[in-house]
Design a protein around this ligand. Structure first.
Ligand code: ADP
Ligand code: MG
Length: 946
């Protein structure tokens, strides 16, 4: 009762909205005669006139009636189709940035030409989004006749185009293309290294066809671009493995003896400084030593003591004295692993030249200054030095990862080995996570340790959901035959209103009530029976299934009964369209999944009208009413005859899982016999309720996902904006200067206590930090120190750095240096962002699984994500400045070459492997001589930080 009352109110609201548009429609119609009297040239000249008026500031809304009248006339002259009034209404609704629900076959393709033309007059590019390449091509061709007649250009974006072709298509006034292509182009553009190579313009206005498909069904899985981690040599893991085993054996012996000694002391009640120091040595030498862990678990006080000592020594920079006895040390919390002198000696022995990572800058300088070499020889020498450097740093990186693998990772705890593969075990749930990989070479190291094949690695480079892609458009509109059931979702998530537009001719399709059987077998027998009967009289039948499996099953049954038929399987859109297009011909039987061949026009064959038109059979109810309506909508186009019926069984998923008590009790009451179907409105109602429940549930899931994605989305916007800024051609010098100032302040704040006197300042710390950050030796006379304030020191530091920066700029020349700033900034942003993406992935996974007490995981995710993003920004600053202060020779062509190689290996995906992103933890800050976080094994300064 209340439902139907609400429906009335809702229905009338829709009507009220439509009524408001009627005057505009009247106005367009009143212009028809005038427009018709124009010559072709006169009609075409309108485009220029409109453009001028809009250029002078006239609102699109004011130009709309005339523009629509012109498009309608152009359509009559080119395609022999005159837009119906309902199509004008549809066009207005689309122009207003809403969703037009227009039933299948009502001519949405043509309706879209009206707002596409009008909005393209601004010169900003209109995108019409289709669900597949076939439709993008079809609609460009078909509707292109109108646009071209009126002097507008049209482009198509489909799979397989190169950048130049894409640029051209995007420069057109109106561009047709698929959602995937639009989305990937956006991501690809934001990985480019120059403005000129970007293909898209700023997103302005998009009309999304089959909008429910794209914004609801496909919204759940993000678009992902992934590429291999730059790993040159996997065999270095094998090569270094025996050495690390030797290292481990030596370290174990050492740690055991220290631990024995410490235990002895503890037995004698000696927990003094020396004992604690010994235990600290054990901790740093083998943090997961079982005896050690037992011990500290038993004596929490001892643990505290060890940690306190470690903290103390760390601030006093005395940890090396503890570590020097060890072969290597490990700081688990900080994810730091380092070989000591002793360890280096053991591992590299007499052949240290092969292994010690040389300082390439020095090498280069030596070569350059060697007058005995001519230019070619110098070049060869440089290459040699570089190759040697690469090899050595790869070994070095592999060694560190192997140490982690041997010291920190235990088989059957953090991972298992199964079928020759190392599979990560989730630390919170204990579940295996096949397909996931640790990044940065760690997975390879564990593989080497376990003696299984060392594999290559892939990682996410960029990702976005359709939701967030389409929300970037200034104006978004959509059209579909089935939006109304999802109206609240469109409103809530996209801010899109849905308007239901009446059909041109009254709809006369007969939708029969559902028939319901006890078992699936009975159901399918009944379906075959009905098909046979209709086929005999020549009426075409289109059968929808919910999966390819079911399609094939039905096909086999029809083969047995010798009924000729076509089966579609969502694999080839073009062929699919061809088959579906013929589904309305006399005597045709077509089986397809519900969504297959979407967007294809099914015209009735001769004599079919008289037979009752196209009959639709649904073999199962979908989870969502919308998809059922889709199927039904294939029949009854443009006021055609038609009919539909759904066959169900109690074994269908929807009924089994969601039907619930109510369904059973109805069955009970109606009395259900074997082999006998039930057909009753009450059942249809109950099923509809079940569907509503599932729809609401699915909406919740999508909303939830979106809330998570929103966090990432804001971050992506910031990063991409920064990237675009870097590419804009503006000087980045002011940005760098700001960075320098902030970094200098940061250093002072870190080492000069707020209330500390100048002689309490940690000048050594400052010097180290300054050297690390700016590559500068910052010396100050003691006497001058006393007169300084923190602010003064900070200013002095900034000034020193700025001077050095000026000098850098002078040696390079300002132009080249500007270019360099851009390149460095891009490289740093890209690499750190990539890493951040993985860290965020990991955070999300972790949060879903971790118990957070009473806290909302989303809130935790937001907060931690925010913190991580803050760190990212901080690191971008540090690294950018660090590289710029150390950069020696700029070789942009190498960067370009590298970009090319990267792109060749890139792969694109939507869905499927969304969860397969590798696990990566954020590593601590990366020093210039440390291995690059991108996993290349090279030094940071020689890789991404170049
Ligand atoms: P939809 O996308 O709404 O399902 P289509 O755009 O595929 O519908 O059009 C369905 C059919 O209607 C096409 O055969 C098209 O030629 C026809 N059609 C659309 N508009 C008109 C019109 N104004 N006059 C005549 N035929 C039309
Ligand atoms: Mg269509």
């Amino acid at each position: 009762m209340i439902g139907s009352l609400l429906h009335k109110i809702f229905g009338s609201k829709n009507e009220r909205e439509l009524k408001k548009l009627q005057p505009i429609v009247d106005r367009i119609n009143s212009l028809e005669l005038e427009v018709r009297s124009l010559s072709d040239e006169g009609l075409q000249a309108k485009t220029g006139i409109f453009r001028e008026r809009i250029g002078k500031g006239e609102a699109l809304d004011d130009v709309l009636p005339e523009a629509f009248a012109v498009v309608r006339e152009a359509s009559v002259r080119t395609l022999r189709m005159r837009h119906f009034d309902v199509q004008l209404i549809g066009g207005i609704v689309l122009h207003q940035g809403k969703i037009a629900e227009m039933k299948t076959g009502e001519g949405k393709t043509l309706a879209a030409t009206l707002p596409a033309y009008l909005n393209a007059l601004t010169g900003r590019g209109v995108h019409v989004v289709t669900v597949n390449d076939y439709l993008a091509r079809r609609d460009t061709e078909w509707m292109g006749a109108i646009y071209r007649f009126l002097g507008l250009s049209v482009g198509t974006i489909v799979h397989g185009l190169d950048d130049l072709q894409r640029q051209q298509a995007y420069r057109a006034d109106i561009t047709y293309g698929t959602n995937n292509e639009f989305g990937f182009d956006y991501l690809r553009d934001n990985m480019k290294f120059s403005r000129q190579s970007m293909v898209q313009r700023d997103p302005y206005y998009a009309i999304v066809d089959e909008v429910d498909s794209i914004l609801i069904d496909e919204a759940r899985t993000p678009l992902i671009i992934s590429g291999p981690v730059e790993h040159a040599a996997n065999q270095v893991y094998e090569e270094m493995k025996p050495r690390v085993i030797k290292l481990k054996a030596n370290q174990d012996r050492l740690v055991h003896s220290i631990l024995d000694e410490a235990m002895k002391r503890l037995d004698q009640d000696d927990a003094g400084d020396q004992t604690v120091e010994m235990l600290l040595k054990v901790k740093r030498g083998d943090p997961k030593n079982p005896r050690f862990l037992d011990l500290v678990a038993k004596y929490p006080g001892l643990k505290k003591g060890i940690e306190r000592l470690e903290g103390q020594l760390s601030t006093q920079k005395l940890l090396p004295e503890i570590d020097q006895d060890l072969f290597c040390f490990i700081e688990e919390n900080n994810n730091i692993v380092e070989l000591t002198e002793k360890g280096l000696q053991l591992i590299y022995g007499g052949r240290s030249d092969d292994y010690i990572v040389p300082d390439l800058d020095e090498e280069f300088q030596k070569i350059d200054e060697n007058d005995a070499l001519d230019a070619t020889e110098k070049k060869i020498q440089r290459q040699k030095a570089e190759a040697g450097y690469q090899d050595a740093s790869e070994r070095f990186h592999a060694t560190r990862q192997l140490i982690k693998a041997y010291w920190l990772f235990n088989r059957d705890v953090q991972y298992v080995v199964k079928d020759g593969q190392v599979i990560i075990v989730d630390e919170f749930t204990g579940r295996m996570m096949p397909g996931r990989r640790w990044s940065d070479g760690l997975h390879q190291a564990v593989e080497a340790k376990e003696g299984v094949k060392v594999a290559e690695e892939n990682q996410t480079l960029a990702t976005i959901t359709f939701q967030n892609y389409f929300r970037m458009y200034e104006k978004l509109a959509g059209m579909t035959g089935t939006a109304d059931t999802e109206a609240p979702e469109f409103k809530k998530i996209y801010g899109l209103d849905v308007l239901v537009i009446p059909t041109n001719e009254p709809m006369i399709r007969i939708d029969n009530s559902d028939v319901i059987y006890k078992t699936e077998a009975e159901k399918f027998r009944a379906v075959v029976e009905e098909i046979r009967a209709l086929h005999k009289k020549g009426q075409p039948v289109l059968v929808g299934t919910i999966s390819i499996d079911k399609s094939e099953k039905l096909s086999r049954m029809l083969e047995k009964t010798k009924i000729p038929h076509e089966v579609l399987n969502a694999k080839n859109h073009e062929r699919e369209a061809e088959i579906v297009a013929k589904a309305g011909q006399k005597g045709r039987v077509t089986i397809s999944t519900n969504m297959a061949g979407r967007g294809t026009d099914i015209v009735l064959g001769e004599g079919v009208k008289e037979l009752g038109g196209l009959h639709i059979i649904g073999t199962e109810r979908h989870e969502s009413r919308r998809v059922d309506n889709q199927l039904r909508g294939r029949s009854g186009r443009q006021g055609d005859e038609g009919s539909s019926r759904f066959y169900l069984s109690l074994e269908d998923d929807l009924l089994r899982i969601f039907g619930g008590e109510r369904m059973s009790s109805i069955m009970e009451r109606l009395g259900m016999e074997e082999g006998e179907p039930i057909e009753h409105g009450m059942i249809s109602k109950a099923i509809e309720n079940a569907q509503k429940k599932v729809e609401a549930h699915n909406f919740e899931i999508r909303k939830h996902l979106l809330e998570y994605d929103d966090v990432m989305n804001q971050q992506r916007e910031v990063i991409y904006r920064q990237r675009r800024e870097s590419l804009s051609g503006q000087s980045l010098r002011p940005t760098v200067e700001e960075m320098i100032t902030e970094l200098a302040e940061g250093i002072v704040n870190r080492f000069c206590g707020k209330d500390a006197l100048p002689d309490e300042w940690d000048m050594r710390g400052i010097q180290e930090a300054v050297f690390n950050q700016f590559g500068l030796r910052f010396v100050m006379e003691e006497s001058k120190l006393d007169e300084l304030t923190r602010e003064g020191l900070s200013a002095l530091l900034t000034e020193t750095a700025m001077k050095a920066y000026d000098a850098k700029e002078t040696t390079f020349g300002a132009d080249e240096f500007r270019q360099l700033e851009r390149m460095v900034m891009l490289q740093v942003v890209d690499n750190l962002w990539k890493e951040h993406l993985l860290a965020m992935d990991h955070l999300k996974e972790g949060i879903g699984l971790r118990g957070y007490g009473q806290q909302d995981p989303l809130v935790v995710y937001k907060r931690e994500g925010f913190d991580m993003f803050g760190e990212l920004i901080e690191r971008i600053k540090e690294e950018t400045v660090r590289f710029l202060f150390r950069v020696q020779i700029a070789r942009p062509e190498e960067i370009a070459a590298k970009e090319k190689v990267k792109q060749e290996k890139i792969s694109y995906s939507h869905g499927g492997d969304g969860g397969k992103t590798p696990v990566r933890r954020a590593e601590k800050k990366v020093g210039r001589n440390e291995p690059c976080p991108c996993g290349s094994g090279k030094k940071y300064k020689k890789c991404c930080g170049k």
